[in-house]
Every structure is written in C-alpha cells, then in structure tokens.
Design a protein around this ligand. Structure first.
Ligand code: ATP
Ligand code: MG
Length: 261
C-alpha cells in the first residue's frame, strides 16, 4: 500500500498539486487523468522522487518516501521505475544498452561509473525485451525504431529494474489508437502477471477506462474524482475536464483489445 497524504507541490504562486490524498493498494493499476496542466506529471514525479513535494507525505509501510535520502532513496528509485513522457532513451545506442541502463537504478555508484554488466544482467535485459516483444530489436539503435517500438523499449528498461511500482507518464503520447492499445496491454500484463503496482498519467479518460482498475481525476491540482472506471460518467467527466469532457463520451471506444490481451 502506498498512502499519499495531503501531498502538495507549488511552483511559485502556482499550486500544481493541492493536498492530494490517495491510498493505492499493492498490485493496483491506477489511472491518473485530467486536462493538460492538471498536475498529473507532477504527482507522478513526486512519487518517484524526481521532484520534492512542498507539503505532505508519501507513506509506504509507515516510511515517508518524501523524506528518504542517500541509500534509502536509491533503493526507492530502484523499486519505483518511472517512464517519463519523453521516455529518455538514448537514440544513438542499442535497445539492449538502453534496457541495461535501467539496471543502474539499483547499483552502487562505482558500478554505474564503470558500466560493467554481468551475463546475468544481460540475460535479464534480454528477457525484459522479449517480454515487450522487442527481443528482435535488441541490437538496433533506438533512433531507428518506431514510436511504438521505442515505447516498448522504455517499458523493457523499466521492467529490467524489477520494480514494485511502475509509473508511466503519458504512455499513449504520440501513438495511434492501435499502438496505444498494445502499449496499455503490455503495462496491464506486467501489472497482472508480476503484481507490479502501475500508475499511469493519461490525458484521455477512454484509455484509463479501458485499462485501469481505478481512476483518479485531477483538475487544477485537486483530486475531483476517485473511483472505478464505470463510475466515471458525464457529471464526473465535467468535473474533471469541464465541457470538453463531453467530447469523450461520444468518442468511439477502440480499446476493447486492452482488456482482451
Ligand atoms: N518545473 C516547473 N516549474 C514551474 N512550473 C511547472 C513546473 N512543472 C510543472 N509546472 C506547472 O505545473 C502545472 C502542472 O503541470 P503538469 O506537467 O504536472 O501537468 P499535466 O497534468 O501532466 O499536464 P499534461 O497533460 O500537459 O502533461 C502546469 O501549469 C505547469 O506549467
Ligand atoms: Mg504531463
């Protein structure tokens, strides 16, 4: 269980996440939805400790993640893989090398400097690539892969660090509907088969409805919805997105394949 307790982040006068409270049970697939600028990425970045909260706590078994430093913080970063929206792959090197870099999250400093990988670690990286259907591309430079292929490599990199939490910031960005469904199905499989808690920031509620166990809706930094996907109706979409929320209701649902996968 991860307990987010009155978590806030301010940038200057701008209260970007405002006293967020959520209890996330282990093994849940949670979607964080909301319009652009609502604070989705900021919430994920606080949980992964890429940025510090201004106020509040992130409790895991009574330990406040927000206060961790040194080795404890490194351990958390190893347990909690973050897939950024730009997914921060290195285009000029192979998919394999990118995935191996995911292992650095749990390594002592001298190993990360020397960049020595054991055969076991290479096998682990290869397994992660196979898991996302990219074993064939292990030796290809990431830059030559499609957007969807790059996303899969980013998931493999997160997977290679064998995290307990996987945070995916806008995993659907720049993908077409079929590619989005495929990527969400990969995340769903990791969640289901490995019991990894997955937290996805998603702009489009349809994607969250099709793939998540639970959804929280952010508007201007506040959680205005927290519930099951089927509880997300017209009124709730309005609370989250304003009138723009209605556009999602009539949009065709092209995501059945996610749950089927
Ligand atoms: N480092 C920063 N410095 C100043 N303001 C920031 C910073 N990071 C985010 N913000 C502001 O915080 C607000 C929320 O940003 P955030 O990226 O969390 O939104 P989001 O919900 O992820 O939006 P999107 O759907 O566009 O990704 C925005 O107004 C943004 O400009
Ligand atoms: Mg964002």
């Amino acid at each position: 269980m991860l307990k987010i307790d009155k978590l806030s982040r301010r940038f200057g006068q701008n209260m970007v996440v405002n006293a967020a409270c959520v209890e996330i049970p282990d093994g849940q697939m949670l979607g964080v939805i909301g319009p652009t600028g609502a604070g989705k990425s900021t919430l994920l970045r606080m949980i992964s400790r890429l940025i510090d909260p201004t106020e509040g706590r992130i409790l895991r078994a009574d330990v406040d993640i927000a206060q961790l430093t040194g080795r404890d913080l490194r351990e958390w970063r190893s347990d909690c893989a973050m897939m950024a929206a730009q997914f921060n792959l290195v285009g000029q090197v192979s998919a394999m090398t990118n995935v191996l870099s995911g292992l650095l999250a749990g390594m002592p400093h001298w190993r990360t400097k020397a960049r020595i990988f054991t055969p076991r670690e290479r096998a682990q990286a290869m397994q992660a690539l196979a898991r996302v259907g990219m074993a064939h591309a292990a030796q290809q430079r990431v830059a030559v892969l499609s957007q969807a292929g790059q996303k899969r490599v980013a998931i493999a990199r997160a997977l290679a660090q064998q995290p307990k939490f996987l945070l995916a910031d806008d995993p659907a960005a720049q993908l077409d509907p079929q590619q989005t469904a495929d990527v969400m199905a990969v995340l769903r499989a990791i969640n289901r088969q490995d019991g990894v808690t997955v937290i996805c920031a998603l702009g489009d509620p349809q994607i969250a409805i099709a793939s998540c166990d639970r959804i929280i809706g952010l508007r201007e930094g506040r959680i205005v919805f927290d519930g099951a996907p089927d509880a997300l109706g017209r009124a709730q979409l309005y609370d989250i997105y304003g009138a723009a929320g209605y556009a999602f209701i009539d949009a065709p649902i092209a995501m059945e394949m996610v749950s089927a996968a």
